[in-house]
Design a protein around this ligand. Structure first.
Ligand code: ADP
Ligand code: ZN
Length: 736
């Protein structure tokens, strides 16, 4: 046995060397308890075994090895290393997010340290030798209940879990004393459930797509499926999933958001039964640990449906990863480190296992589309909706013309009002989309221009009428709404713009009889609240659903025949090179929520700029992507360059500027004109912390690995200077 082990702790620190005591057996990937700092016993992961004593001091001994198997496989170790390196993070930070807390306990001292113990099961077993004909006959006469229980046990091959034996404790104990049965404990076996899969029969077009995907995988590790909304991508996936499971391989089905897993898991359980396992970070640490350890003990062949944290489960042989809605920005972890992209990381994980990745979307990301153009990904198109349903008719409604003709009422153009009216009479359902929650974005004084701002963040407060408060959407700070300007004190404040809450109110005013539901960050505060609203609308307990982007994702309502987008131009307003791509994707996704059964749906988009090219891309998505790609190339944006953003945060503005300048200068010496900044971001203060950003653009022809190494080096050098110690420095690779 080597003498030392380098151990990763769940901290933003390098691995530390600990000593292996005589007789202790330690493997790479083992979870161990170690003392770190004065008052902490941590769970660490053994990363490397060697015989080199530490340069300074003596190595503390490992206290104990925690579980009977390593927690991490070799593939997982390489996976964590890749994430830490690529996203300029540390393996300890990966550990922090990858393992549920119950499996990696921390305590103040050894005595309080409690590793996870899998639930044990009590088992009753017959002692055959004791069961003479004589004994059995006697029992049948005197104790028919016991006799029946013994017969039942024999029928089950001589043993059964305690809770399935129909006997009182006293009776069972008596049998035990008589030497007829024994009771013992064993680890709860992960239950292997039978699969009795009945897959949906695919349409001709779906079958063609399925075969093309299979074909794609013979030459590529990644296939991109561009299938329009309601084309039945999920049904196609199920066939690929079944193929993998029947060969004993694991399958991971990723969705961008936790709220989407519940519906999907239900749908998949109807096909695959109980073998579908949901996993995401909102599960309790105990539940997550149970799934983790079950998979560790099992033989593979798991079917996991989850959000990005499911990437860290201990797969044995991952045959296929499906990344549904692959374009979705929610795949990117925004906080904390590692700030990884679940889609890209999934592709890496699959390839480490020698498995395949299928990216699916009705609106593929520009990155994935470009990977198809360059031949890196195989590409499959499915352009018809299932059941011959037509794509919705798109109408761009000119807001300015409506205003001129005096036909706009509150926030609604005449075309939209007429269309809603029509659906209400026909008892069909309507969805209205507005990308702002709250009542109105903010109140402004028409006299002096004053608007209430958050004292902690540099943003204006949004008005929430129902709560009667002005709220900060960044930190939650809120205050009473002031109707008079506190600055010039004379006039009424004027609402600027409108959010979902105000839409709901206005709508009720125009259609007093309509039943309206609202789905946004204020009403869908939990998974159950979300499900309640969705459920009510699906049961047709409401005529109109007003919502933010939440409604754009994955919902499937049969009787929605009209969608209104209240302000299409709004979507383009973000000062971001991706604004147009995002807007187009959102428009198409929202539009895809309607006319999903027989009836052709209608989408009305209100716009003050109806000639904007984005509206012409709605019926030709690929042309839109191609146009945008040309511009990305011309102005050097992804996918033609890699973007790496360094954010510096500090409560002290002066210090922050100094540190940022130092780092900016250092980076400029290495990267020259590839460095942009330091600059103040649009929102330069959040929760009292000031922010400055430095952006790095690395062209595709340069080595990105080398660039990351230099960034790491310069940040480490900067951190060693006392003046920079208090500033938080965060790297975001492949910024989304
Ligand atoms: P997408 O994910 O591409 O938007 P879905 O998988 O949600 O599409 O399918 C849209 C609807 O059509 C769903 O209600 C689904 O059950 C139904 N559907 C699609 N394909 C089939 C099929 N082969 N057999 C039965 N129903 C199907
Ligand atoms: Zn705030």
């Amino acid at each position: 046995m080597p003498q030392y082990a380098d151990i990763v702790l769940p901290l933003a620190q390098p691995a530390y060397t600990f000593a292996i005591s005589e007789g202790m057996e330690v493997h790479i990937g083992d979870a161990v308890a170690v003392q770190f700092g004065k008052n902490s016993v941590y769970t660490g992961i053994v990363w490397r075994l060697h015989d080199t004593p530490p340069k300074r001091g003596t190595a503390k001994p490992i206290i104990k090895v925690l579980y009977d198997k390593p927690l991490l496989s070799e593939v997982q170790i390489r996976f964590w290393e890749w994430i830490a390196e690529y996203y300029i993070s540390t393996i300890g930070e990966v550990m922090r997010i990858a393992l549920p807390s119950t499996i990696k306990p921390k305590a103040r001292c050894e005595e309080e340290f409690e590793p996870y113990t899998p639930k044990r099961e009590r088992v009753v077993r017959l002692i055959e030798e004791a069961l003479s004909a004589d004994v059995l006959e006697k029992m049948a006469r005197r104790a028919p209940k016991r006799s029946a229980a013994v017969e039942a046990l024999r029928a089950r091959g001589g043993e059964a879990p305690r809770h399935e034996v129909a006997l009182e404790a006293t009776a069972l104990n008596a049998l035990c004393k008589a030497g007829v049965v024994e009771i013992f404990e064993r680890d709860l076996m992960p239950h292997q459930t039978e699969r009795n899969t009945l897959l949906p029969t695919l349409s001709e077009a779906q079958n063609r797509a399925l075969n093309e995907i299979r074909q794609g995988f013979t030459t590529h590790n990644v296939t991109l499926l561009y299938g329009v909304t309601s084309s039945g991508k999920t049904e196609i996936y199920t066939h690929l999933i079944e193929e993998q499971l029947s060969q004993g391989r694991d399958v991971l089905f990723l969705v961008p958001e936790i709220s989407l897993t519940t519906q999907l898991v239900e749908r998949l359980r109807n096909l695959f039964g109980e073998c579908v396992v949901a996993y995401h970070s909102k599960f309790s640490p105990k539940q997550r640990t149970k799934i983790y350890t079950d998979m560790l003990a099992g033989e593979g062949g798991n079917f996991i449906v989850g959000a990005r944290s499911a990437l860290f489960l201990p797969y044995k042989r991952l045959g296929l990863v499906i990344v549904d809605e692959e374009h979705d920005a929610s795949y990117k972890q925004s906080e904390p480190n590692p700030r990884y992209n679940g889609r890209d990381t999934a592709i890496m994980l699959a390839s480490l296992h020698g498995g395949k990745s299928l990216l699916g979307s009705a609106t593929p990301s520009i990155e994935s589309f470009s990977n198809h153009l360059s031949g890196k990904y195989a590409y499959v198109k499915l352009m018809e909706r299932y059941g011959g349903v037509e794509m919705p008719r798109i109408v761009i409604s000119d807001t300015i013309r409506n205003v001129k003709r005096n036909e706009r009422k509150l926030h609604f153009n005449k075309e939209l009002l007429d269309a809603i009216e029509e659906r209400l009479t026909r008892k069909e359902q309507v969805i209205l989309f507005q990308n702002r929650r709250g009542y109105t974005p903010y109140l402004e004084c028409p006299q002096c221009g004053y608007s209430a701002r958050c004292p902690h963040c540099n943003v204006s407060l949004s008005v929430h009428q129902q709560r009667n408060r002005a709220v900060c959407h960044y930190c939650g700070y809120n205050e009473p709404i002031t109707s008079h300007c506190p600055n010039c004190r004379t006039v009424e404040m004027k609402p600027m713009g409108f959010g979902t809450e105000r839409v709901e109110e206005a709508l009720q005013e125009v259609f007093p009889k309509a039943r309206i539901l609202r789905l946004d960050g204020d009403t869908a505060t939990s998974n159950s609240a979300y499900s309640r609203i969705i459920g009510a609308f699906a049961r047709k307990e409401a005529d109109i659903l007003v919502g933010t982007q939440i409604i754009a994702k994955g919902l499937d309502f049969g009787s929605v025949t009209l969608i209104g987008i209240l302000n299409g131009d709004n979507l383009l307003a973000a000062p971001d090179f991706r604004a147009e791509e995002r807007a187009l994707q959102l428009l198409l996704q929202v539009a895809g929520r309607c006319g999903r059964r027989e009836e052709q749906g209608e989408v009305i988009i209100q716009s003050a700029d109806p000639k904007h090219r984005i509206y012409s891309f709605i019926n030709n998505y690929e042309a839109g992507l191609n146009t945008m790609l040309t511009e990305r190339q011309r102005y050097s944006y992804p996918p033609y360059v890699r973007l790496l953003r360094i954010t510096l945060r500090d409560n002290d503005v002066k210090r922050l500027v100094e540190v940022a300048t130092l780092l900016g200068d250092a980076l400029r010496r290495r990267f020259g004109r590839r460095v942009l900044g330091p600059v103040s971001p649009l929102i330069d203060r959040i929760r009292r912390e000031h922010r400055i950003e430095i952006l790095l653009k690395i062209e595709n022809s340069a080595s990105f690995a080398k660039a990351r190494a230099i960034v790491r080096e310069e940040i480490t050098a900067l951190r060693s200077q006392p003046s920079a110690k208090r500033t938080t420095i965060i790297c975001d690779v492949d910024l989304c």
